[in-house]
Design a protein around this ligand. Sequence first.
Ligand code: NIG
Ligand code: FE
Length: 415
Amino acid sequence: MPKSFKVFEDISELLSLRAAAAKGGRRVTEDDLSIVKKAAIVAVDGQIVWTGPRAELHSDTLKSFGTDPEFISLKNKTVLPAFVEPHTHLVFAGNRAHEFEWRMQGQTYQQIAAQGGGILSTVKATREADEVTLRKLAQKRADKYVAQGVTLLEVKSGYGQDLETEIKSLKAARALTGPDIVTTYLGPHSRSPDHADLESYMQKICGEILPRLVNEKLADRADIYIEKGFYSTGLARTYFETSKALNLPITAHVEQLSDFGGTALALEFNPQSVDHVVYIGPEVIATLAKMETTAVLLPASDFYLKMRYPPARELIDAGARVALSSDFNPGTSPTQDLSFVGVLARIEMKMTLPEVIAAFTFGGAAALGKHKQLGSLEPGKRCDFLTLEDGWRDLFYSVGHHPVDSVWKASLSIK
Ligand code: NIG
Ligand code: FE
């Protein structure tokens, strides 16, 4: 007998994204939102077993799923798949408001980093914080994502730069409640204050830290920051080879500040995602478009760094799958606001609203390897959805306004 058997009804419009999912989240058009009017969703134990027009849900069909369903009215709201946030640096202490002012006075992100500020200043604050403090800070931030409709959240470490603090950060991430969490180890994020050079830290990462994190099941994936002044493609190759040998899926921060070759290198290893890709060129775009790898675009950090934006149109038109994310961190993107990210994507990257919606749902799920479970509302998928105050065209329109009325995770209301 199923433990829970629910019929969600009184849905004015259901954006199931069934066609967007069938296309693998590529070249999504308005038709691919697969909108059903006056719809219903049937879920058994948190898994969708039926969607369609309510009038077509006959009692025989319903009986085939079980007995005595709970009927839940969604009050004539619009319903769409819950959002996925696939790239956050959620666990850190302190902030870098002072550096924001320095940047506005003309110093660059790289200059501040070279002087021991930047990521290393957050490393100092994070090392000083205990696990409970880190967890409380991160929980508050996770709650903010839930309020915006997120039920799957990626959380990176990377502000420890030593084994102890990276473990502390990943444990804090694992302990978060509300959304489901994917943890990502971002050891090679900056130089480590405890090592003379990046090479010796990489040796420690590959020889000791990665195997330990895998053993203790603390990291679901491995990430690296490949950039001039940070990690070279040579060191990244070593890192990817070790991660692959440990069966750890990979992702990477690439081509954020310059055309450095990180994306091409990462693509040799079939990463789940390549993130930033601002300076990616046409050849690499063509390669990426044929792969299962998702391009995760992070325009809020480009905005804060006053950089250019990633070539979203070129990526999408070439057939690449894209996701959007806040890249929340205290340095380059001190905001969790998904409405801001979506508005930037529309204004600065010329993405259409259906493309933005698909990027925040199916695209995000694919970036984390979870698109078989999430990202569209159809039989076989998890019943994670949100309801809107009004129509779907209100999404990613007004910065700071989140027209989300309620958030449901596997059939349970969490907001
Ligand atoms: O995604 N570029 C590397 N990592 C972050 C920034 C981290 C920081 O400045 O604290 C990013 O932009
Ligand atoms: Fe990042």
